[in-house]
Write a protein that binds this ligand. Structure first.
Ligand SMILES: *Cc1c(COP(=O)(O)O)cnc(C)c1O
Ligand SMILES: [Zn+2]
Length: 423
């Protein structure tokens, strides 16, 4: 009799270990912390209006075991295992329905040589998230967000975008059998990104004004049937955070000293911060890299705030930079981003368009290439080297966010100008 009960107990305990505990949504404002059902289809806390975050409890896990399982999945042909996002599904919401994936993630860590010399550092590697299916890191968030959209029965998905989110949304909506609508600031997104959105069959709504206006217009539309997939969508953050799981794996779970990230709407920095908090909390890493957010000088509300020491963000009304992917004056995820920088002991800086252009050329000479927004990272490294904030022998990873072919007009124009000056 007693023995029988004991067996039952062991069986139940094992079930608990295998089953993940249910995930939920929580207000990201620490002094509010209100919780909501995971599939509530809301983008802000109904109590205080702040952003939400997904809370995933992976249950009883052994970091050593999971590290091995994650690595083994790289040799599997299973669709979920083959995705560099869903490979880490123990830390993502669980779905018993089909996941919308295109084998995103699994991008290499590439050593920078010319770039390292240019920035005067010895140990520089690029995590190139631009080598994803649609050419930017937005795919990582989109597979998670689109899977949630499909799960909740959405038929139309929408986003405001400086271009890359639109391309990713259009592609993943097509994969998931949903209609896509994208709001773009007229004449500001690069032709290459617009072309992608069109090719994947999205309805393109051109908004006069900046990205910030486009986002407001979209959110103000109040269309109940449309599922919004901007980076304020907490499911996108979950997908994007896996980039850091993958990076830590590639570093042998031994984090670099510094991680440089471009800052636009600050979804990426928030997602990376969340990843480091979780990885440390569950014992996957013992320390975290110092995260440095780099903004463009013409669209630098967070860098300004950091420098001045104020506690509220002052919007940049007319953001202006060649790095169109981060031409954003009113970044929504700024609180989360600041928290992430504080947690990692990092800092926030900004660089001029001229510095971005020179850094981008150095990355190009390594045969790697990227779009202007991504080059803020190398420009930022150079700047913090000159100021002495980053030592020469530090180990550094710079996140490249977009593919070199994302903004070809910028490259052609730059080289025309350079050859005109040479004459
Ligand atoms: C979206 C984007 C960014 C900005 O990322 P945030 O998460 O909004 O800070 C930077 N670079 C590229 C290429 C992008 O597409
Ligand atoms: Zn709240």
């Amino acid at each position: 009799m007693d023995e029988f009960r004991w067996e039952k107990f062991i069986f139940l305990r094992r079930m608990l270990i295998w089953m993940k505990l249910p995930s939920f949504l929580r207000c990201s404002r620490r002094d509010c912390g209100r919780t909501f059902d995971l599939h509530d289809r809301i983008l802000a806390c109904s109590e205080c209006g702040d952003l939400l975050e997904v809370v995933v409890d992976p249950g009883e896990i052994d970091p050593c075991d999971l590290k091995r399982v994650w690595k083994e999945r790289r040799t599997s042909w299973d669709e979920l295992d083959a995705s560099g996002v869903w490979r880490f599904r123990e830390f993502l919401p669980g779905y018993n329905s089909a996941v919308v994936t295109m084998g995103e993630g699994n991008v290499p860590l590439v050593r920078g040589r010319v770039a390292a010399e240019w920035a005067d550092v010895e140990d520089l590697r690029f995590k190139h998230l631009g080598w994803n299916p649609t050419g930017s890191f937005k795919d990582l968030g989109m597979t998670a967000g689109m899977t949630e959209a499909k799960y909740t029965g959405a038929t139309t998905v929408a986003c405001a975008s400086t271009g890359n989110t639109a391309a990713a949304l259009a592609a993943y909506a097509a994969r998931g059998g949903m209609k896509a609508r994208v709001y773009l600031p007229a004449g500001q997104a690069s032709a290459n990104k617009l072309a992608q959105a069109l090719d994947f069959g999205a309805e393109v709504v051109q908004i006069s004004g900046s990205f910030d206006t486009a986002l407001e217009e979209m959110l103000g539309g109040g269309d109940r049937d449309v599922y919004f997939l901007n980076s304020i969508n907490p499911f996108r953050i979950e997908g994007q955070k896996t980039a850091m799981f993958e990076l830590m794996e590639q570093c042998g779970w031994n984090p670099p000293d510094y991680l440089f990230v471009p800052g636009g709407n600050l979804g990426n920095s928030s997602a990376f911060g969340k990843a480091f908090i979780e990885l440390k909390q569950y014992g996957f890493i013992q320390r975290v890299p110092k995260m440095i957010i780099v903004q463009a000088a013409g669209a630098n509300p967070l860098a300004r705030m950091w420098r001045s020491g104020t506690t509220e963000l002052e919007i940049v009304a007319q953001p202006e930079t060649v790095a169109t992917a981060i031409r954003i004056g009113n970044p929504r995820s700024w609180r989360k981003a600041i928290e992430a920088v504080r947690f990692t002991g990092g800092t926030i800086t900004d660089v001029t368009d001229k510095e971005i252009g020179e850094a981008k050329a150095a990355i190009g000479q390594d045969g790697i290439g990227c779009e202007p927004a991504s080059a803020t990272t190398l420009a930022g490294i150079s700047k913090l080297r000159k100021s002495g904030e980053v030592p020469r022998d530090a180990s550094i990873v710079a996140v490249l966010t977009g593919h070199v072919l994302k903004d070809t007009e910028y490259i052609i124009k730059r080289h025309e100008e350079l050859s005109a000056q040479a004459v």
